[in-house]
Design a protein around this ligand. Structure first.
Ligand code: ADP
Ligand code: MG
Length: 392
């Protein structure tokens, strides 16, 4: 049970600085941070041109380093990840020799951002990465690593592209170097999160709108189920294809163009499964819009009800939940002071997100710890800022 706060960025920076001294024998001169995120509502809507409502977390990835003149890039992570080496070195890409994904896998997120970075000339550099975002836990350590890298590269060679393009470069890095066909939400929120606000993102126009979330009486609790069913990676592309074919069958560019009445009226154009997938997406986009309006008027009860409807739709229509996530949601909802709870992220494991009265947090964590059939990990986080240059 932890409540990471601003000072933790300081502790992470110190850890990174210590590791840098040890690995490179000098002091780093540059530091940046980029947060992980939790999606409050709007699940599996991003790749349907829909709405999402994430907030940036106080959990961050920190990168410290120095430029170097020999054209090499040297990276170290302090995170233990599988059996992969924690240090890697490679030359700057050239037109003839672009960077390519390889081993260790963790470095691909950094390499991808370097390869797609839209300004030049980049110098070589040495850098150390530390993070308080759990790796592979559904809180987007991957986007925080990409965005931290991007923000670091801006210090070495300023870019002059539109803000949204920065998120697209990081997304492209994840597509082409990590092989993950992710939407744009994670990178946008890690770049543009605002302290005390969730961010309503329209994934069609890429417009963002901050929604206040700073009431001290209200808390956001993230519960990691600590399970990840392998089904997730194979089912994700299947869901994407089903959404595309449903939109096509309805003669639309994406499910964003479809409303519930339209969908019900032309049900027979879809297979039963396509219909249920589309019903989740169309309903979820509507719920996200309503949830943002509810949050902006501090209507937490309505927000909580929409979260529960979202979870049920993900479980029954989209079929991306699992028994562990369902149990965590049921346990949270059985405690007084809880407004709502739902699975968050792609599904098949990972985390739930719960909106509750701040006073209820200890009660909820205890109840889950006592009753959950697995081992849960908790994060209580306020809505935090996006990526930043950190003074050293
Ligand atoms: P999530 O984004 O939900 O945390 P992903 O599977 O998308 O899960 O990304 C996790 C991967 O990102 C890790 O397996 C690792 O390769 C890479 N990664 C993220 N943060 C770090 C870090 N601080 N050091 C090394 N690798 C990292
Ligand atoms: Mg990720």
């Amino acid at each position: 049970m932890s409540a990471p706060l601003e000072p933790e960025v300081g502790a992470l920076l110190e850890e990174a600085q210590r590791a840098f001294r040890k690995e490179f024998g000098s002091e780093p001169t540059l530091a940046v941070s980029a947060p992980g995120r939790v999606n409050l509502i709007g699940e599996h809507t991003d790749y349907n041109d829909g709405l999402v409502l994430p907030m940036a977390l106080e959990l961050v990835t920190v990168l410290v380093g120095v430029p170097r003149l020999d054209g090499l890039i040297s990276l170290v992570t302090t995170s233990e990840y599988a059996d992969e080496p924690r240090r890697v070195e490679f030359p700057l890409p050239t037109a003839d020799q672009p960077l390519e994904p390889g081993m260790p896998r963790w470095a691909n997120y950094v390499k991808g951002v370097i390869q797609h970075y839209p300004a030049s000339p980049l110098p070589g550099f040495s850098a150390v990465v530390t993070s308080s975002v759990p790796l592979g836990g559904g809180l987007s350590s991957s986007a925080s690593l990409e965005v931290a890298t991007y923000t670091f590269l801006q210090q070495l060679c300023p870019d002059s592209v539109a803000a949204v393009m920065r998120a697209q470069v990081c997304q492209q890095a994840e597509h082409s170097f990590a092989g993950v066909p992710c939407g744009i939400m994670d990178q946008l929120i890690s770049l543009f999160g605002q302290k005390g606000h969730a961010l309503l993102i329209d994934c069609r126009s890429l417009e963002t709108c901050p929604v206040p979330l700073s009431d001290p009486g209200v808390a956001v609790l993230i519960t990691n189920s600590n399970v990840r069913h392998s089904l997730g990676s194979s089912e994700y592309p299947i869901r994407r294809r089903q959404c595309e074919s449903a939109a096509k069958a309805l003669g639309k560019k994406s499910l964003r163009e479809v409303d519930m009445k339209d969908l019900e009226a032309r049900k027979e154009l879809l297979t039963k499964e396509e219909f249920r997938r589309a019903r989740h997406v169309v309903g979820e986009i509507q719920r996200t819009s309503e949830a943002a309006a509810a949050l902006s008027t501090s209507n937490y009860k309505t927000f909580g009800r929409l979260m529960v409807e979202s979870h049920n739709s993900l479980r029954d229509d989209y079929e991306v939940s699992c028994p562990e996530l369902d149990q965590l949601v049921t346990l949270a909802l059985s405690v007084s002071g809880v407004y709502g709870s739902r699975m968050t992220g792609g599904g098949f494991g990972g985390c739930t997100v719960t909106l509750l009265e701040a006073d209820a947090a200890t009660r909820v964590m205890k109840h889950i710890q006592d009753q959950y059939k697995g081992t849960a990990t908790f994060y209580l986080s306020k809505a935090a800022d996006g990526a930043k240059v950190q003074p050293l």
